[in-house]
Design a protein around this ligand. Structure first.
Ligand SMILES: Nc1ncnc2c1ncn2[C@@H]1O[C@H](COP(=O)(O)OP(=O)(O)O)[C@@H](O)[C@H]1O
Ligand SMILES: [Mg+2]
Length: 272
């Protein structure tokens, strides 16, 4: 098999974000520097409210940093773009389109337009891989949350973005579907050479999918640690039972819990 060229990638250089609120600025990220190489998949963990979604929104071009720079594929991020596929946790699908139309939607937009036959083939591939073929003509309101989330995943994968930006995309899935979706994602990354940033609450999921795991500190999020995941590209379920994974999971969980305690103390502090 010939190697697939590595695509996409991100860089955050000394990025800070403070949200303007009626009570003054709320610092959400502080001096974050992080590079995701082309074809590299990086996971981010950290306590709730530490700035993870903020980091993803910067890369998606939905938010501009207060200071610092963000690039995607080597180009400064100035807004959303077809080079980045974004998947949120709340299964963002178009309620008025069928499953099939939702999945094919991106392929009808000018930036990613595909010939009808190519479009049909790619949509059929993901309908099948996501276990949604029977529901191709269904509207989202008739689907479970987990099914809607699979539609959202397929819709992002089908356009083959250089970079995937994923904010807790597997949280709503039952545990078997989640494992199946992990393996499907690993296949997509390998076949397409895609880079990505995954926000997750699950340290185990981060270790199973990513080449590196970034631990963010309590708010404002700073980089607390970056752990290399020493399992290479070949991941399978046997890994989930390995002592190496258990050890890393323990180390990362201890860091996250440390930051969780700091975050909880911050949240309890009365507003100034
Ligand atoms: N639009 C906003 N306006 C004001 N504060 C916000 C806004 N979005 C997020 N925040 C605050 O910024 C901090 C980080 O939020 P977020 O990035 O969503 O955290 P996480 O995804 O890690 O839970 C939180 O304290 C949150 O309340
Ligand atoms: Mg979040």
């Amino acid at each position: 098999m010939t190697a697939v060229p590595a695509r996409g990638g991100l860089s955050f250089s000394r990025v800070s974000v403070a949200y303007d609120t009626s009570r003054g600025p709320v610092p959400a990220l502080s001096e974050v520097s992080l590079t995701v190489a082309p074809g590299e998949f990086v996971a981010v963990v950290g306590p709730s409210g530490c700035g993870k979604s903020t980091l993803l929104k910067l890369a998606a071009g939905l938010l501009a940093p207060s200071s610092g720079t963000v690039t995607a594929g080597g180009v400064p991020v100035a807004g959303p773009g077809a080079d980045r596929g974004v998947i949120f946790q709340d299964y963002a699908v178009f309620p008025w389109l069928t499953v099939e139309q939702n999945i094919g939607f991106g392929l009808t937009l000018s930036a990613n337009r595909a010939e009808a036959r190519e479009r049909e083939a790619r949509v059929a591939h993901y309908l099948d891989r996501m276990g949604l073929a029977e529901f191709r003509h269904a509207l989202p309101k008739t689907l479970s949350g987990g099914m809607k989330q699979r539609v959202a995943l397929a819709r992002a994968y089908v356009v083959r973005p250089g970079t995937l930006l994923m904010d807790e995309p597997f949280g709503a899935l039952d545990s078997q579907t989640r494992l199946a979706m992990h393996d499907l994602l690993l296949g997509v990354l390998r076949q397409e050479g895609t880079a990505g940033l995954l926000i997750t609450h699950s340290v185990e999921e981060a270790l199973y999918l990513a080449a590196r795991v970034v631990v963010l500190s309590a708010r404002p999020g700073r980089i607390r640690a970056v752990m290399e995941v020493p399992f290479g590209r070949a991941r399978d379920h046997a890994l989930l039972a390995s002592p190496d994974l258990a050890r890393l999971k323990g180390e990362i969980t201890a860091l996250v819990m440390d930051e969780y305690r700091r975050q909880t103390a911050l949240d309890r502090r009365p507003a100034a």
